[in-house]
Design a protein. Sequence first.
Lengths: 289, 234, 336
Amino acid sequence: MLEIILQYIVDGLMVGTTYALVAMGLTMIFGMMDIINFAHGELYMIGAVLAYYLTSTLKLNFFLSLAVVVLLTFAFGAFLERILMRRIRNAPHAMTAAVTIGLSMFLANFVYFVMGPVPQSIKAPFPLKAIFLGPIMLTQSRIFAAGVTIFTIIATNYIIKHTKLGRAIRATIQDHMAASLAGVNTHKIYSFGFAYGTALAALAGVLLGAMFVVTPFMGESMLGKAWIVVIVGGLGNIPGAIFAAVIIGVTESLTAGLWNSSWANMVSFIIVIIVLLIKPQGLFGKATK
Amino acid sequence: MLKLQNVDVFYGKVQALSDVCINVEQGQIVALVGSNGAGKSTTLKTISGLLKPSRGSVEYKGQHIAGLAPDMIVKLGIGHCPEERHVWPQMTVWENLMMGAYSRNDKDGIERDLQTNYEIFPKLLARKTQKAGSLSGGEQQMLAIGRTLMIRPDLVMFDEPSLGLSPLFVEHTAQIIRDINKNGRTILLVEQNAQMALKMAHKAYVLESGRIVLEGTGEELLFNPYVKKAYLGI
Amino acid sequence: MNTFKRFSPLLLILVILLTPTVIKDNYTFHLLIMVAIYVVMTQGLNLIFGYTGFLSFGQQAYLAIGAYVSAMLALRLGLSFWVTWPLAILATVLVGLFIGFVTLRLRGAYFVIVTIGFAEVVRLLPMNIDALGGPPGLRGLPTPNIHIGNLININFEGTKIPYFYLAWAMALFAIFIVNRLVNSRQGRAFLAIRENDSLAQAVGINIFKYSIFSFTVSVALAGAAGAFFGHYVTHISPEISAFHWTLSMILMVVVGGQGTIWGPVIGSFIFTLLPEWLRAAEQLRLPIYGVLLILAVLFMPNGVLPWLRKIWHQFTEKTRKAPPEAGSSPTHQASS
């Protein structure tokens, strides 16, 4: 029994880290632009779909595809910011919600129109044979996903904490007028933030798409999870999002494994509601703004 | 050095500045005095590019800068130390100062200016790893000034540097502004504390509901009966 | 204009009463009934969101509670719709009071997410509880037939017209209630909370009390619509607790014109009929829908209603100016 529980915890940890990728982008976009991005799940979906086409139609190597997807979605994010997000930055939440919902509808249904209803899978060069670590079973695709994710999280954290660009991002989040007066081109920072968040979500899409299946509507459930993570971690709080993602991943995995997978979502939502009742700023949020 | 001609600025439909003309000569301290809502901050925001004039021109070192983005104007050498300090509360003192040097690439120069700042404001050195949000009001004002100096500006604009400070700190701040001027920087100072501003100003303007109503040397205005009555409370 | 305003409700009732003389096909009736159901729901959402400033993203939960409570009472206890309907609304109100009590202390994005979270919990209940029908849902809900002796005998089976009248009676009632509320002392309190809650508190408005009041009325309307919907289609499934219901409501309110009485009504028409018109575009219907939504919000941020009003005013101004009346409105020019 203990081994099974341990197995679920490890599975949860691995999936949870990929949630962190999606949630980090979401929380960053919210923190910077005050946009509740309902299309973030579709950005994740687009990563998976692009990887599917690159590996199957263009027969590109999986690892190369991964890099291409990250670059393409970064550019796509910058483009979206330029034509859309810039217009709704700091607008009332209802307006940002309506616009991003429209974007989400457009992206999901357009991909559905192109790709059709059949779930697809990304051809990854990982053998299906499991690796055993004591009693715990791991697959290579999961180890790879967890490795890439952890690397990305550490790199992102480094960029934000220790580089000039990171300082400019934090300065823009905390006080954008002061950032402008210090010579920061805040438009560029917003563009970068949105593009980076898009690329993070797309990367998660490729990694999870290689483990499970790719569908045009895979973004919807991911958005729900990402929001849970962001709320539990505290809005706009990146380290909080990472911790929360791992907690939610493990909880889900345990609930699904020991009880019933359809209750897994519900348990996470109940966690959110309890967290908000006790500590409305999120588990890792600061009491003051 | 800086010349505003017939500048009109609107917030939506409300006119905040009308027909403002200001001239700042190299090396001077120029003061803008007036009551709350007279348009002093609006004037500075227009110069630094946060607001765009609907009419008129802003000329800096012979170049038209009205309508340029704020980050471009910073690169031209105009530093704007905003009202209410606006330091980044979650960033350390050192990070705040380094952000001031954001558009510079001269590593040695930045390091030198950082040291100079620490000499002028020893408190900042002692607290360089603390979050700016944990500093006192006066210390935050020092940090805001230090950050603006890190831009290495030729023209420094201060918006209400004495606001909310104790009388001792007000005198200290005034001394610092004089020192900055002595080091060859031109200063445009906005103050509600007219006494302090006019005493140090070479030239001053009085703003009332978005219009310049008086101008003269600091001394002239200090002894002007209208200014005395309306702004100095004598 | 004033006489027009005074008589417009009567005119509206007349139009509704006469509709069956013009429209004959069942499908159009079905759409018009759906519009009425959406009017009820959007009036509710508009009250808590447009007038009080809380963007409730979980309205589908109350729709589902209303529908399921009414369906269970009717199917298990054999009660008539006319008994289960008020009971279902009552149940929704009780749940709404409880949820309002725990969530209305939160604001902004937090409130949004918690309402989504609660709705998600509600969505998963009927899916996983067999007594509630599980994923296939509940079938055979009784129609709201009325038999009083031999005098009155209204049969809802086989025809849409009684449903049409009942739906629009409910819609007009919702419009009437919300209109009365927002034009009362409470309504001014709601607006004060929306505009500036700390200021509202400072002038002695009990924000929490008024927010709960607004929220409760809002969910009661959702519950009423949900119960009605169940007995109209006579079959409900967990689909009724899906997010797209609230999505549609938000779009109707935002695009129609939030914080106005008639904006959500216009929105309900647009977003019930538009997908039908776009049916010609087949599979590209939903992507087009998405783009239209973005464009509508970006270019008409206050919704269609203020935009229509502006056009109407320009039109009436023009027609008024058309005869050469020299100096008819000199005051307009003097103040610039």
